[in-house]
Write a protein that binds this ligand. Structure first.
Ligand code: GLA
Length: 379
């Protein structure tokens, strides 16, 4: 049974009627352009066919009551006075708070939520939760849905309600994604361009099954280091630094900060080249850029991990693999590989066996297809 069917059945049993609306928002995998979004640079993510689903019906009052098929605790709060919660409902409360402060009309609702995006794997389950909640409120009130504005509202939830300094990539792709396409996003002006995935290639997500707990502080530290570098060069963001300037005018810049900056500057270049390669259907070039991105994240940005490096090495050594790299914030979570279609199933099996042999962790492997961004599915 699909997740959509499961929440619909569960809804029917609990409320004795069919849901008025069913909405969904997808997770994402980033093909290239890592740790560039908060430097106002370029990213090239795609949605995956794993989503957060919500089945709901409006209430006559201002209460929001949601149960989850995945977690025992409920979200139960009033839109009249939104206060902090204690678990996953923080994302729901935060999103409602932001939408309200931005002047959107919100009405109460109740429903059921379920997801097949693994939590903490770097596949943006939080952005999917935020965007599906926004779609749920929208389904009732029908304001003018602008995917980029909704992504910004979701990012405010992360930044202002949850206190995380995350960039805009995850929310942009979860709201603006399109079936069979990847999205080149300019994180300075938030313009974006849909590019079809080249024919004959599969995107395979390789979850190392390892998680790091210090990720938030390490992420925030990288954000601060990039700011130090852009201040050194007197620019608004590292996006504005050409590689030649970094190479010739960084006397006096701390060596560690210089390496961080080098990752961002070279990654921006790689991302633009990757978009071109993708448009030309050049999977070989794309794969090479992904490999180079991994090395830069491993050596200059230092956000990879032993498990991620092992996974990438194993993936790269398989027949039919064009390239592989860690994806998302890093320190654990997932790698992504670009693989020839016909090799994808055997690639998935071989990598899983080899990785488990070498690390003792049982990995999860997903062959992914890009789906639409946050949308109303029923109602
Ligand atoms: C996390 C953040 C994104 C982005 C990536 C790294 O997923 O939420 O904004 O910075 O890390 O590219």
């Amino acid at each position: 049974m699909s997740l959509q069917q499961q929440i619909t059945t569960e809804f029917q049993q609990r409320f004795n009627q069919l849901p008025t609306f069913v909405v969904r928002a997808p997770g994402r995998v980033n093909l290239i352009g890592e740790h560039t979004d908060y430097n106002e640079g370029f990213v090239l993510p795609m949605t995956i066919n794993r989503s957060m689903w919500i089945a709901l019906r409006p209430r006559d009052d201002q209460k929001v009551i949601i149960s989850s098929l995945d977690f025992p605790d409920f979200a139960d709060f009033s839109l009249d006075e939104i206060i902090h919660g204690e678990s996953w409902d923080e994302y729901v409360r935060g999103m409602a708070w932001v939408l309200q402060t931005e002047g959107y009309h919100l009405q109460g609702w109740e429903g059921i939520l379920a997801s097949d995006i693994p939590v903490g794997a770097g596949l943006s389950s939080s952005a999917a939760l935020e965007l599906s909640v926004a779609r749920a409120f929208w389904a009732i009130s029908r304001w003018d849905w602008n995917p980029t504005k909704m992504a910004l509202a979701a990012q405010r939830t992360e930044n202002e309600w949850l206190g995380l300094k995350s960039g805009i990539m995850d929310q942009m792709i979860s709201s603006n994604g399109k079936e069979d396409h990847v999205l080149l996003i300019d994180c300075r002006d938030l313009t974006s361009q849909l590019i079809p995935l080249p024919e004959g290639v599969s995107v395979v997500v390789l979850d190392t099954a390892s998680r790091r707990s210090l990720i938030d502080s390490a992420y925030n530290e990288r954000v601060t280091q990039c700011k130090l570098a852009s201040d050194f060069f007197g620019v608004v963001a590292l996006r504005d630094i050409p590689l030649a300037i970094l190479e010739t005018r960084s006397v006096g810049l701390d060596a560690l900060i210089r390496r961080r900056a080098r990752h961002v500057v070279t990654e921006n270049n790689r991302t633009l080249q990757a978009a071109e390669a993708m448009q030309a259907g050049d999977a070989i070039k794309l794969g090479q850029l992904m490999n180079a991105s991994h090395l830069s994240l491993r050596d200059d940005y230092e956000v990879s991990s032993e498990e991620l490096n092992t996974m990438v090495e194993i993936a790269d050594s398989q027949p039919g693999c064009f390239g592989a790299r860690m994806t998302g914030a890093g320190f654990g979570g997932c790698a992504v590989a670009l693989v020839q279609n016909s090799s994808a199933p055997s690639f998935a099996d071989e990598v899983a066996v080899a990785y488990q042999e070498q690390t003792g962790f049982q990995p999860y492997v997903y062959i992914c297809h890009p789906t639409n961004g946050a949308e109303l599915v029923e109602g």
